[in-house]
Write a protein that binds this ligand. Sequence first.
Ligand code: ZN
Length: 311
Amino acid sequence: MNFYGGIEAGGTKFNCTIAADPAHILAETRIPTTTPQETLERVVAWFREASVPLRAIGIGSFGPVDPNPASPTYGYITTTPKPGWQNTDLAGTIQRALGVPTAFDTDVNAAALGEWRWGAGQGLDVVLYLTIGTGIGGGAVVHGRLLHGLIHPEMGHIRLPRDVERDPFPGVCPYHGDCFEGLCSGPALRARWGQDPATLPPDHPAWALQAHYIALALVNYICVLSPQRIILGGGVMSNSFLFPLIRREVQALLNGYIVHPDILEHIDRYIVPPALGARAGVLGAVALAQQRLASPSDHVMPRSASATAPM
Ligand code: ZN
């Protein structure tokens, strides 16, 4: 059996695993995110101590990141607001220390790939995964590959119509104010309602408004990408009562225009929670490692990146 390393690099912790697939997890750990040097030293030490030969390591990282293998800063966390982590060579540091090929992408793209490979998106051609929590991000798997373009999708920053009578809250995104993330992330909920969103009861008006905005966003993604399934993860979506509200509102907003039984009749299996639960990201990183080792020209760093990196 071939084993792979998976790293879900988050702003508060690094989840690390050694696995072949979800049924064969040899080891896993959580390492707190402190300084880049201390955190990455602990990650490297954990993999070394495990002494399991790894074919490759996949990394899904908080960002913004540079996921373009042709770029000199491929594998870097770039302009993050997290203190100390700007311009951190995450993938290169791990690869040099452990000497195995490294695949790198955003945390949400890794989770999207994990859910497509082993979770709620199995067997489908076009799958959308969104995380709604501290931030909002989305990843799309299209015919078995993660969608990339200029960089990676930034689905959390789309603009949504806001009725200022119903919702005068201007949003918290430092770039856009009332973009999707600015209106619907955990910090946006806290700022709009003046309390921890975990303390808002299910009948609080916060949730109808939240479901409305999420449905508006989903309708846009449905019209653009035509996904065959939409998977909603992240801390805010652990409030499972949101799912029926969102499904109903998506149907109402589409108003019968997209004629497909998955929307008209079976929307409860069209908009779903992640099947891998909290392991979607770290197992997705394993899937990244596997996939990109299978196609080395696509996002796997060669062992001597400096010798082949285009300048
Ligand atoms: Zn924004």
